[in-house]
Write a protein that binds this ligand. Structure first.
Ligand SMILES: CC(C)(COP(=O)(O)OP(=O)(O)OC[C@H]1O[C@@H](n2cnc3c(N)ncnc32)[C@H](O)[C@@H]1OP(=O)(O)O)[C@@H](O)C(=O)NCCC(=O)NCCS
Length: 228
């Protein structure tokens, strides 16, 4: 994922900004991007001491790369990089310190927390929560209503070095309503069945299902998206 595009103007002339969008000074918007109605782009977080994480309050650059389409009511905080040709559906919220690759889809009502990376060509479907410190690889499919967690102490130790969300390798598919618990790795090309609760690492090219999720089979050839 390249983050070094050169911008001669803060908002490219060919970009479209729809009514009631707020774009802060720290934002770069690339050619032919569309910023939808009521978007808020480049927002600096407004924390209180009640929060676990101590936030860096510096105003850092947020980049919306060329050809991105941001639908209505999208909020993108400061220090976010969104690659080319991404689609962010209505009500998506991307918190601070996040990197998103090229050709990524975040469907309606997806929320992404801080220090998370989402790779190229990955898709996250409606109503899913991608928690903080998650790594999503390239060509990953995450279905609707998936929840992720990054802290087994429920915030008692703050947002420290033990806070770590799932690592989801390339070509993984996550079924609807799955729950992915902290500190796990889901191996390349694997499938998590709908409604599963994943507590342990999943090997490469394996289907897991149930609560707690257990291996049910290797990924059959027809479902192996790496070979398509
Ligand atoms: C994982 C999945 C692809 C497996 O499909 P499949 O290969 O046809 O599997 P089968 O239906 O033959 O089931 C194999 C075994 O796994 C179990 N199983 C399958 N899915 C399960 C699930 N979601 N939770 C618990 N167990 C499950 C079956 O009960 C069966 O167990 P048994 O052998 O004891 O009878 C499918 O069940 C699934 O969860 N798909 C997700 C769909 C989805 O969310 N898509 C998102 C895009 S909209």
């Amino acid at each position: 994922m390249s983050t070094n595009a050169v911008y001669s103007k803060r908002i490219a002339e060919s970009a479209k900004v729809m009514d009631f969008a707020i774009i802060y000074e720290n934002v770069l918007i690339g050619d032919n991007a569309i910023i939808g109605e009521h978007n808020v782009i480049g927002k600096v977080p407004t924390p209180t001491s009640a929060m676990c994480k101590v936030l860096d309050m510096k105003t850092l650059i947020t980049t919306i790369s060329p050809l991105c389409r941001l639908c209505s009511n999208v909020t993108v905080y400061s220090n976010v990089f969104i690659g080319e040709n991404c689609l962010l559906g209505d009500n998506v919220s991307v918190f601070t310190d996040v990197k998103i690759g090229n050709n990524v889809i975040l469907s309606r009502n997806v929320t992404v927390n801080s220090e998370t990376i989402i790779g190229d060509n990955s898709r996250v479907m409606d109503g899913t929560h991608v928690t903080g410190r998650v790594k999503v690889g390239n060509n990953v499919f995450i279905s609707t209503g998936v929840f992720m967690a990054n802290d087994d102490t429920f915030g008692k130790e703050g947002f420290g070095s033990n806070t770590c969300g799932p690592i989801i390798e390339d070509y993984v598919s996550i079924g609807a309503g799955a729950i992915l618990l902290p500190n796990i790795r889901i191996g390349m090309g694997s499938i998590v069945a709908a409604g599963s609760v994943v507590k342990k690492d999943v090997p490469d090219c394996t289907i897991v299902a149930g609560n707690p999720a257990k291996v049910i089979a290797p990924v059959p050839r027809m479902l192996d998206r790496q070979k398509n």
